[in-house]
Design a protein around this ligand. Structure first.
Ligand SMILES: [Fe+2]
Length: 218
């Protein structure tokens, strides 16, 4: 049913019956995950936030298929990709105390996350706004977000946390934000991503002209 392929030079899997593929390490993913109804029933188009919420909720409810994959790394926040298609991607994340993402957006993608263990603290805002809402998401929470969502998500501890995240389309990049003197959030740079983490090993990318991002500097 599954065969190994290369997608963009990466090892991946091709689901030959459904043309669904993932770019994550094929060794780590149990077949039950790849055949999960939440995965194989996805439409061949980009998802709405509520659909990404249903996807992560469906996976979160089936602990047996992903629990053995979970890791918590106090040095580098751990994640593994569970699914990649041209329209959506899904990740499993492990958080130790005090790990957070920094204030960012999702490059225009929508998405959702489900907290499956512990609790996550979210500071959520909007570009050019000084309003920051602080939310606590306990185990069982499912949180959809739109394409304009800006947030810092983290584990305030003391216990580890685990979550499942979906993005649609797959994250093209992440923009990172800093407050100005009035506390309003402004995008400062983009970073390429290969997962829900920015690649800090490469130079940040400039914001794109003509997309409204330059206005975020003001
Ligand atoms: Fe995020």
């Amino acid at each position: 049913m599954w065969e190994r392929i290369l997608v963009d030079g990466r090892a991946g899997l091709l689901m030959t019956e459904g043309l669904r593929m993932t770019r994550t390490n094929p060794v780590t993913l149990p077949p039950e995950m790849l055949r999960h109804p939440s995965m194989v029933s996805l439409p061949d188009r980009c998802l709405r936030p509520a659909e990404t919420a249903a996807l992560v909720a469906g996976l979160a409810a089936d602990i047996a298929v992903w629990a053995s994959l979970v890791r918590h790394d106090p040095v580098n926040r751990w994640h593994t990709r569970l699914l990649w298609t041209p329209f959506a991607e899904v990740y499993l994340l492990g958080w130790t105390a005090d790990q957070d993402t920094r204030m960012h957006d999702h490059g225009g993608s929508v998405g959702a996350f489900a907290v499956t263990e512990g609790r996550l603290i979210e500071e959520r805002g909007r570009a050019r706004s000084a309003v920051i809402d602080r939310c606590e998401h306990l185990t069982g929470s499912v949180v959809p977000f739109d394409a304009r969502h800006v947030h810092n998500l983290g584990n305030a501890g003391p216990d580890p946390a685990t979550s499942i995240h979906a993005y649609s389309p797959p994250l093209p990049f992440m923009r990172f934000y800093e407050p100005d003197a009035q506390g309003r959030l402004h995008a400062t740079h983009r970073r390429p991503v290969d997962g829900p983490e920015p690649d800090d090993s490469v130079a940040p990318l400039p914001l794109l002209a003509g997309t409204g991002q330059q206005g975020a500097h003001r």
